[in-house]
Design a protein. Structure first.
Length: 645
């Protein structure tokens, strides 16, 4: 037994001749080299829409496209240059034919009867695929849409807004009550709230706006069956305080929204005009119209009126009699109410200004302000009310401007529904009102919807150009319009599985899903190219045998060569698809930060890869056979011997 094994081993190690190696390298280079080159260009071209994305979506997804492209470029270079060299050094022994491979023989045994059945009943197979495509289109129209999939930050930002004329003491009381009620929810770990703004020009929050960061416990410590939306609903129900409008978002996305669009919620309607009073009336009408819209939550109109101001206006005819000037009155008001800077203290590297002003009891009411003492040269101190009118007046709590125009806004978040359909329903409700806007006034949709429109516009402009580029590459690859079309029609059928999986997973269409479909687009073309290359190789063998012969090719002969071209290289086709699937499937069970964005990319890729593989293996040979039959019938080189479906 030992001698037999040694004999077999020695036999297997007999080196191939240089001519045999050269023949193998040349045949593989002629077959694989152009395919690798053109498929690389096609996949890179398919990522062109991702390269051209701007804003936060471009920053998020362009690294994925660049990484994939650079990997493919290096991979193609090594496949064309290094692989043949390694073959010449490492290829030894007698090569086993493809049919001797046990995996390949088993795959062929399963695949060949199925393919034969599909070729026999080709019209039924095509009809079934067309029906599946129509169902996919119907599902696609029923999918919701959003800008980006919501990324769970494991925290909540609670942003209630109260009346603009609220006092400091009342805001403090509301803040303490809210923090206590929020902390009573079992899933809440820490609560930190603030009112007003920091001492910086970049924070324009009014005293009436409260920001409370809610840190949640790890999800395994939550009550059974509770979700983040359930926790938000529970907190919202506990915090129904009169005069306070609740709002919920997340800390990071809130800052991104405010920096990019100036809107702190998911969607904002900006009203532009010349008069604050008219803008306020329009804001209230829009808010009232949107009330009750499904999916619209935390609806709030930014107050344009309702602010309280203390006006101190000097009586010019009186101050002259007392020998005073307007600056004297202003200096008293500044020192007593605002505070006057006396000096600066130095403590190491820190500097602190020392201010002085009247005590709280001398400036906490209108009567106290009227009794402020103004020093005169002749009459000594006199009350402020003698030389100035002190009164409370109404005005805007904050004046917002944009594009050199005054601006108001109506804000709302979207929950329990997709962003796209919610905004479209809201726009439909407001259409009648928009046509009756006063002259010089107009509205603009902002927030996440603004980003979604921008991304959709970029994709819709670039995708047709990409399709044309890829079609031209396929045409120059095959030198045939028909074969380029055969490869291109793989794409819509590849999308079927992606749409089905997105639909049943309950994922809304977003930029992340679009990136997944773009990656699927390139992968489907690549797989179809591989099948077409092997089918053309089989056709070349048939031409070599029958091209110069007077023998008429039968349909069964053509079918046999198509089956050979499809089945004999089944293993590399399945390997190409399996590598992608094995790398993507684990993402379906991924958890933690980033999984929310990766899942919408992966789901259409997995579903589309499965359906595109089935289509390429079963339907592409059917279409290829129908095209070749028509060509041979036109040239009079085929004879129909058996009745077809």
């Amino acid at each position: 037994m030992k001698g037999k094994l040694l004999k077999i081993f020695k036999k297997e190690r007999d080196p191939l001749s240089s001519e045999e190696k050269l023949k193998i390298i040349e045949s593989s280079s002629k077959l694989v080299g152009p395919g690798v080159f053109y498929s690389t260009i096609i996949v890179i071209a398919s990522f062109l829409p991702v390269f051209l994305l701007t804003g936060m979506e471009g920053k998020l997804f362009s690294p994925l496209a660049y990484t994939k492209s650079f990997i493919l470029i290096v991979d193609a270079f090594l496949a064309i240059t290094l692989t043949p060299v390694l073959i010449s050094f490492l290829l030894k022994g007698k090569l086993r034919p493809e049919e001797k491979n046990p995996i390949n023989s088993q795959l062929e045994a399963i695949y060949t009867p199925i393919l034969t059945f599909c070729l026999k009943w080709r019209k039924s197979v095509l009809g079934f695929n067309i029906v599946a495509l129509l169902i996919g289109v119907l599902m696609f129209t029923r999918l919701g849409s959003e800008f980006m999939p919501p990324l769970d930050e494991s925290s909540i930002l609670f942003m209630p807004v109260t009346l603009p004329d609220v006092s400091n003491s009342e805001v403090k009381r509301i803040l303490q009550v809210q923090d206590k009620l929020i902390k009573s929810v079992p899933e809440v770990d820490h609560v930190l709230g603030k009112a007003g703004r920091a001492n910086t020009a970049t924070d324009n929050s009014p005293i009436s706006m409260i920001e409370t960061i809610i840190l949640l416990k790890p999800q395994e410590e939550w009550r059974e069956g509770k979700t983040k939306n359930d926790i938000i609903t529970e907190i919202n129900n506990k915090l129904q305080i009169p005069g306070v409008a609740n709002g919920f978002t997340q800390p990071i996305i809130n800052r991104i929204n405010m920096l990019s669009t100036g809107i702190r919620t998911d969607v904002g309607i900006k009203i532009y005009g010349a008069s604050l009073d008219t803008i306020d009336v329009l804001s209230q009408k829009i808010k009232k119209t949107l009330e009750g819209t499904s999916g619209v939550k935390d609806l709030y109109s930014e107050p344009i009126t309702g602010g309280k101001y203390i006006d101190i206006e000097a009586k010019r005819e009186v101050i002259g009699r007392y020998g005073l000037s307007i600056d004297d009155i202003n200096n008293v008001v500044e020192a007593a109410i605002g505070g006057m800077k006396l000096t600066t203290t130095i403590e190491g590297r820190q500097r602190f200004s020392v201010n002085a002003r009247y005590a709280q009891e001398y400036r906490n009411s209108l009567d106290a302000l009227k009794k402020l003492q103004v020093q005169t040269m002749q009459y000594g101190p006199i009350p402020l009310e003698i030389v100035a009118d002190v009164k409370i007046s109404d005005g805007p709590p904050m004046i917002n401007s944009e594009n050199a125009m005054l601006r108001g806004s109506v804000l709302f978040n979207v929950r329990e529904r997709d962003l796209g359909s919610t905004v479209k329903e809201a726009q439909k409700k407001l259409n009648a009102m928009m046509t009756k806007m006063p002259k010089g006034y107009y509205v603009e949709w902002s927030g996440q919807w603004e980003n979604q429109i921008r991304a959709n516009k970029t994709l819709s402009l670039i995708l047709p150009i990409v399709v044309v580029i890829i079609f031209l590459i396929l045409f120059f690859t095959y030198r045939s319009m028909k074969e380029a079309l055969i490869t291109m029609i793989t794409v819509p059928f590849a999308l079927i599985g992606g749409i089905f999986m997105v639909y049943f997973y309950g994922i809304n269409l977003s930029v992340a899903v679009a990136v997944g479909f773009i990656a699927l687009f390139g992968m489907a073309i690549e797989t179809a190219m591989l099948m077409t290359i092997y089918l053309n190789e089989s056709m070349n063998k048939m031409v070599e045998k029958y091209g110069n012969s007077k023998e008429v090719i039968t349909e069964e002969t053509l079918r046999q060569y198509i089956i050979d071209g499809s089945a004999k290289r089944l293993r590399p086709k399945l390997m190409t698809v399996s590598v992608s699937l094995f790398g993507l499937i684990p993402i379906l069970w991924a958890t933690g930060a980033g999984a929310d964005v990766m899942l919408p990319i992966t789901v259409p890729l997995i579903g589309g890869t499965i359906t595109s593989t089935i289509y390429v293996l079963l339907v592409t040979p059917v279409v290829f056979e129908m095209v070749k039959l028509r060509e041979l019938k036109t040239n009079g080189k085929i004879e129909i011997l058996d009745a077809k479906e």
